[in-house]
Design a binder for this molecule. Sequence first.
Ligand code: GLC
Length: 526
Amino acid sequence: MAGNDAPSSGGLVGPIPTTVSLASCPALEAKSILPPVRVFRSTSVENLNSTPKDRAYWRAKSLRRLFSMREPEEDLEGSARLPIVEESIECLRRNDYGGYTIPAHNLYPFQWNWDSAIVAAGWAVFDEARAWEEFEKLFSGQWEDGMVPSIIFHRPSTSYFPGPEIWGSPAAPSESTGITQPPVASVSARFLFEHTEHAELAEEQMADLFPKLLASHRWWYKARDPEKKGIVAILHPWESGMDNSPAWDAALQFPVDNLPPYERKDLQHVNACMRPTKETYDHYLTLLYRFKAENYYDSNKLYWVSPFRMTDLCTNSILFRANRDLRWLAIKLGKTDVVAEIDEWLERGFEGFKQLWDEDAGLFKCQDQLTGKLDDAATSAAFLPLFAGVASKEQAAKLAENLKQWLDKVPFGVPSTDPRDPRFEPLRYWRGPVWIIINWMIFNGLRHYGYDDLAQRIYDDSVALTSNAGLREYFDPQTGDGAGGELFSWTAAMCLAWLDRPSAIAIGHKMSGPKIHLDQEVSPPK
Ligand code: GLC
């Protein structure tokens, strides 16, 4: 048990990792890598005949399912991935702090926004009621203005900085951060609702959740696009979820303030060569203290005063997709009065995305809203407009071409930064390592546009990485080594919901009774 922070692990045995990855990074030895395992049967390519509406490809196409619905595995015992499926279930249970799942012990001891939304899809494979609880807890931290904070501090912990006493004060610790994270919630809530096996539960949960989801999308447009550009701003690198991406380097050049002395806790858990530098942290904290000075993170003010204001591709792609999923939910729930409002977000978003396309590079780019410049960094977020379904067919073709070139440079994709860029660092957080959640989004986007072979390559790489290195936070694209936190919740959720869905569902059958037959058409609750 890890100190005061950890609740009961529900009777599961085995140590919870306390200190991880202290090997010196340059000395990490390349391990022999398991050959990629091909277990996914690719489905037929969608008809991509061009239409006059090509430019508005997204309007004409419905999105691919988040996870391909394959048959449950029959020969469970013979499956080489069985141990990782079992470990993934155990990992979520261990990281369950009572209705919410922490990303990893010690390193991240609270509820994180987009982690939870993704982790819910993992829980849903074997415990739907628990999956809905993840949303309940997340939205219990929603602010009155609709913002869903990046972190909810449900209970104290001493293993993370900056914690509640920094976001608030030692005398009045805050219940959450004052910033947000990519809005994945509507995407995974739709998935849960659409593929539920417990229609009554899903209807009850969604009746409660839908207005909260809607309020959070409205917040994004009110607080982060007050000038109605069609794309929303992030005001802190932490809001992107890709904290130290090279796409923020240029925008983080503002002078840092005179900060109170602080001690980072992340370096007690993970080697410094994998984490953001001190200089970057000084900028993170400068932003935090400046936002706090604005009447404790007043959303109406921050947009106008922040020295960091970026159009982030990750956030905007996820929001675009989330709008499409929220629209789907609105129609299913008979809330047709809000459809026009969502359509307007989508129309404006489509226009907004056009400014982010770099024709010469054949990539989307993040944009500094304060200078108007597209940032030159090519990061894995560049491929996420495929997940949104906002790219045109021509843009998708160029993205696929670019992605192939990236993948040819490293044995395991998708690196978070173009491996040919001098800023590429294979082990440092969002500057090179592979993140399985991003692989999943790119995989889904590629399939949406019909690039099944490339999608398959990413799927195979993800299977090989997790087979070889386990449920790590992220992975070295050059060696396949795992890095960062261990027994990481969203990596486990991706094994359950995506990479190993058939085995996980088969195990889920055993654990919580029979599930639906996946060869049958799945109809959403009425
Ligand atoms: C790091 C990641 C962020 C994630 C959090 C918890 O801060 O950059 O995306 O949400 O860890 O896993």
